[in-house]
Ligand binder design. Structure first.
Ligand code: IMP
Ligand code: MG
Length: 174
């Protein structure tokens, strides 16, 4: 079944523009910003956001997976790939696709803090606020969405639909 459009391509583009302006303003004058994209889901958001920033920035990636069944995270997070570059003394901005329970972002924030950066902030395109299990600060948020499974713009359901230009909802039973 075709996903139903929840956030249009244009609405995403406008919001990413606004986030880029805000982030560029907050890091103005800094020359050591490191964007850490969380694979796989954040790859498109990171690509669009990173190209709109007007401050010097470098790109890193990190990969995690949740223990337990595919789509119902148990809360335990496993690091699959760490950042390659040295982030000690740098300003780190974690770029995530979606914050659901919050366990992943909470884990990543703590993990990256332990590398001795100058700061760690977080940016997420969407958040399912109703699902929050841990209190994790999102410094830059694109959209709050209801508790539906979403796909597109990097997000998948069983690896499908990551490359849709919009964010849409699917019924996981389909
Ligand atoms: P957490 O529950 O906040 O730890 O979210 C963990 C991860 O689950 C996110 O980074 C996504 O990769 C994935 N996820 C949660 N909800 C969705 C969704 O609606 N669509 C696609 N992926 C999701
Ligand atoms: Mg993710």
């Amino acid at each position: 079944m075709e996903p139903r459009v929840l956030i249009s391509e244009q609405a995403i583009a406008e919001r990413v523009d606004a986030l880029a302006v805000e982030i560029s303003g907050d890091y103005a004058g800094s020359d050591d910003l490191v964007l850490v994209g969380v694979l796989k889901g954040a790859f498109i958001f990171l690509a669009d956001l990173a190209r709109r920033l007007t401050v010097p920035r470098v790109i890193e990636f990190i990969a995690v997976s949740s223990y337990g069944s595919d789509n119902h995270a148990s809360g335990a997070v496993r690091l699959v790939m760490d950042v390659r570059g040295n982030i000690e003394g740098k300003h780190v901005l974690i770029v995530e696709d979606i914050v659901d329970t919050g366990h992943t972002l909470n884990y990543l924030t703590g993990m990256l803090q332990s590398h001795g950066p100058k700061s760690v902030k977080t940016c997420a395109l969407v958040r399912k606020a109703d699902r929050s299990e841990v209190d994790v600060e999102i410094d830059y948020l694109g959209f709050d969405i209801p508790d539906n499974w979403v796909v597109g713009y990097g997000l998948d359901y069983a690896e499908q639909n990551r490359t849709l230009p919009y964010i849409g909802t699917v019924d996981p039973e389909d």
